[in-house]
Design a protein around this ligand. Sequence first.
Ligand code: RET
Length: 237
Amino acid sequence: MDQQPFTIGFIIMSLASLAIYFTGRKKISIKNHVMMHSLVTFIAATAYLAMALGVGNILLDNGTTLYIARYIDWSLTTPLLLAGLVLIAFHEYTASSQVSGYLTAIIGLDIVMIVTGLLSSVAETALVKEVWFVWSCAAFLGVIYLLWGPLRKIAATRALTTPGGYYKNITLLTLVWLIYPLVFAVGPEGLGVITDNASVWSFLVLDVIAKVLYAFYAAKVLAKSFQPTVVESTLGS
Ligand code: RET
């Protein structure tokens, strides 16, 4: 396997982690999001470093390579990104049991999506691959439903954010996330229409959009849509 995309991924994600943190706004209501997006890219940098060093790259019996670091990355970073959206939807809302209910549901579905995706990629027969792929897509639909259904309604009721802020973020996130299963389906894990190299480059481009560009986009949207909290207005921050 060509190491180049992994090394490039490592460099982009490391620099992005620093850039997101140091250019991020330090207002109280936005600071948590800045730290979260910086952590997401830091985790991704770690995963790309592991793949570049060949750690967890396992050659399967069917001749395809399983990149364990990719699934560990996704199972840590996608819950963080989703938690960020749930917190935007509930901005400054005090009924914490409802917030934790949505966090558990969306993160639970997301983890099932990633783990069953991993099972699909290691399955030995086409049928078992398909079964896990379909199950992973079902969990993904659950995530999309929560974002566009109940959480969008809740976001619309929050006085301190403009509902448009939440809406813009889920639109970009959904469009980019939808491409992941497509690349998986045509890649060596699925139908094998594209090569391992093409699949690695495609996931790198998607990761840069979903983690780096999304971080800057979300920061811009949030800066516009969040009204200052009472504390911030008083402190003048
Ligand atoms: C898999 C397996 C096949 C079915 C589905 C999948 C979805 C993956 C997604 C991954 C998103 C990753 C992101 C990482 C960036 O931080 C696992 C490919 C539905 C949606 C956004």
